[in-house]
Ligand binder design. Structure first.
Ligand code: SF4
Length: 430
């Protein structure tokens, strides 16, 4: 079981793919995190591919916990968000100020200050364009929606997904529903209606992703399925389905599909369809459905990224300050941490020259691999290490120079970024 509240790391990515039904991404997205398999898994990513190919609006969503400092490890989700924004996504970012208040005792004022100074200013300096960033404590849409979503799940389901017991905190009941509402509210009609929505996460968040995808489906009237190589659409409910069936057939016929209706089975069979039509039909029907259903959600998609190893090996953790580089570290502080990092190198220079190092277990190599988009350069570092022509001392110096240059850029842009906040922070919803 994957537990989003545990500090466990999930490094056996192949096993995760096999046991939890996570898919491996195809080669469509030409971004270094995909090319290098740092994004190792996905759910429903074909919806985003379809939206990009067909120039249909889609959303990208992430959240931040306003505690501590932003570090290199939690920069990776934003790297993806900025990439998806460059492909046309409307971006939403939730600041989990209520959660940090409830679980860590951080006041809402302090959470606001931390979110802006430690996270959002860096996001803007990294290249995030204007988007919608909100504080959970101020967003009544998500609050109301989480209440409505709660009517479509029960304790048995939450126990099965999260391993909750009778003594589990009710926060672990509320929190998944709030997170589902954070993602799904971006598809409410007054915010643009049903859209494919991408959520880049670490794999520890997969239980939340599975729940929100299931909840999205449960609110739909039109359920699109592939049966015997063709598309069928089932109409949820126990009312007379005639109007809903006729409405869907009118839409599908307008797109050139030939449909047979079975009113008794509440079903439409799309005769001249193929499995490849599922996404198009699902999105088109969701948009049509939103005229009669306030919650015609399209199942959110997710990408799962690998976790960057801490500089001391193991997890990057704020409880081990030298295991991570904060984006607000000074250049000298970052350099010091990198110089003291563990490596995949051999004990002596002679052995390193003779046998080569092991970049595959080296956190210094990960600084190149996770934070430099130049494939040729990163491959050269890998080959030189393996070939014994790269020594750990100079390799660390080079990595420290690269990271310092990035920190310097972020520092220099910070005031300018803070001056642009009005284009990002959205006001309390009513
Ligand atoms: S040479 Fe660089 S990449 Fe190779 S083991 Fe040493 S520090 Fe790591």
């Amino acid at each position: 079981m994957i537990n989003p509240w545990s500090s466990a790391q999930y490094f056996d990515y192949e096993k995760l793919i096999k046991e939890f039904g996570i898919q491996k991404p195809n080669n469509y997205f030409n971004f270094f995190m995909f090319r290098r398999h740092l994004v190792f898994g996905e759910r429903g990513l074909e919806y985003i591919e379809y939206a990009v190919k067909n120039k249909i609006k889609f959303n990208a969503m992430t959240g931040l916990m306003p505690s501590g400092q932003m570090h290199l490890g939690n920069k990776l989700s934003i790297d993806q968000i900025i990439y998806f924004q460059s492909l046309g996504a409307d971006v939403y970012i939730a600041v989990a100020d209520l959660e940090s208040y409830a679980t860590r005792g951080i006041s809402l004022e302090k959470a606001h200050e931390t979110a802006v100074n430690e996270y959002i200013a860096n996001y803007i300096s990294m290249g995030l364009k204007p988007c919608k960033i909100y504080f959970q404590s101020e967003n009544f849409d998500t609050e109301n929606l989480s209440y409505i979503l709660s009517n479509e799940t029960n304790m048995n389901e939450l126990k099965a997904i999260y391993g909750l017991t009778d003594s589990s905190s009710m926060l672990h009941v509320n929190s998944p529903l709030i997170q589902a509402a954070d993602v799904l509210h971006t598809q409410l009609n007054h915010l643009g209606g049903p859209r494919a929505t991408i959520v880049p996460v670490g794999v520890d968040q997969d239980p939340h992703i599975r729940l929100m995808r299931d909840l999205a489906k449960r609110f739909r009237i039109y359920n699109v399925k592939i049966e015997d190589g063709k598309i069928s659409v089932y109409i949820k409910g126990s009312d007379d389905p005639k109007n809903k069936i006729d409405m869907a057939i009118k839409l599908l016929s307008g797109h050139g599909y030939e449909c047979n209706a079975n009113y008794e089975y509440r079903a439409i069979y799309v005769k001249n369809s193929s499995p490849e039509d599922k996404i198009k039909i699902d999105i088109d029907l969701a948009v049509e459905e939103s005229k009669i259903n306030d919650f015609a959600f399209i199942e959110p998609s997710a990408t799962f990224q690998k976790l960057e190893t801490g500089l001391k090996g193991g997890k990057m953790s704020s409880s081990v300050p030298d295991s991570l580089i904060s984006l607000n570290d000074s250049e000298s502080e970052a350099t010091r941490k990198i110089k003291h990092a563990v490596t995949g190198g051999k004990q002596t220079v002679e052995e390193q020259k003779k046998y080569g190092g092991n970049p595959d277990i080296c956190p210094v190599y990960e600084l190149y691999k996770y934070h430099n988009s130049d494939d040729k350069y990163v491959q050269r570092v890998y080959d030189e290490c393996k070939g014994g022509v790269r020594m750990c001392g100079s390799c660390k110096t080079e990595a420290a120079e690269n990271i310092s240059a990035m920190l310097k850029m972020l520092g220099e842009k910070k005031d300018e970024s803070l001056g642009k906040l009005d284009n990002y922070l959205i006001k309390r919803s009513s």
